[in-house]
Design a protein around this ligand. Structure first.
Ligand code: HEC
Length: 206
């Protein structure tokens, strides 16, 4: 083999290795954006989804005790995520598909001052809840959604749980949520994404 042909061979090998590495990266990215569908155990309890912190983050409402006479009904930060498949659907159609799942992870208010100023900073994790849309499975009275709480405490959260009674959760959502039982009025990320297609992917929206 001449020196020239050997180096051509090495270039080819390098190209193949690079292509393989690229395809691996593609696969990993596809996995991170995995489609999520609700799963239930034999008693009909919802199984806590894995990996919700890698879903699409839509907002973090906060009603702290200190602004609610010392006793807020929900004093924690609410970090709200939507599953990636439903995010894609909402971007395209502006609708929450059957199967949509919102995860809400609660975090206590921790410090109230930092070098950046006086404010509210995340303390300990304090609970995990799910809203799930399935019009076949759930009553029309709750808009085809059900609400689940996996514990109101630090991790570990419960692994499975049954749907909460409508009066405990759905009623308030029915009464006050802006769009299909979801409080979209408080999620500017969803407002920007609604029907915006790929323009919603962090490029400044519509
Ligand atoms: C008194 C009214 C009220 C009740 C009762 C209530 N929620 Fe909500 N929920 C809200 C509001 C307001 C938001 C949006 C702002 C926020 O998170 O504070 C929300 C947001 C959510 C979200 C994020 C998705 C969305 O729809 O905006 C989930 C998940 C959720 N709630 C689950 C529950 C569960 C589970 C229960 C019952 C244990 C419950 N909620 C009871 C008012 C309520």
């Amino acid at each position: 083999m001449t020196k020239a042909s050997r180096s051509v061979g090495m270039v080819t090998v390098a190209t193949i290795v690079a292509a393989f590495a690229f395809s691996l990266t593609e696969t990993v990215q596809a996995d991170a954006h995995e489609e999520y569908e609700a799963a239930f155990n034999k008693d009909g309890e919802l199984i806590r989804p894995a990996g919700w912190r890698e879903w699409v983050f839509v907002g973090s409402p906060l009603t702290p005790n200190s602004l609610n006479g010392g006793v807020a009904a929900f004093p924690e930060f609410h970090s709200v995520y939507i599953d990636p498949k439903s995010w894609d659907h909402y971007k395209k159609t502006g609708k929450f598909r059957e199967g949509t799942m919102f995860a809400k992870e609660l975090t206590l208010v921790g410090d109230t001052s930092a070098t950046s100023g006086i404010g509210f900073f995340n303390g300990k994790l304090q609970g995990f809840e799910i809203a799930h849309k399935d019009s076949k499975r759930y009553s029309k009275d709750s808009g085809g959604w059900a609400y689940y709480t996996f514990g109101h405490h630090d991790e570990p959260y419960d692994d499975t749980t049954s749907a909460m009674p409508a009066a405990a959760c759905a009623a308030c959502h029915t009464a006050a949520a802006a769009e299909d039982m979801v409080f979209t009025q408080y999620y500017s990320i969803l407002q920007a994404a609604k029907g915006a297609g790929e323009a919603a992917a962090g490029t400044g929206g519509k």
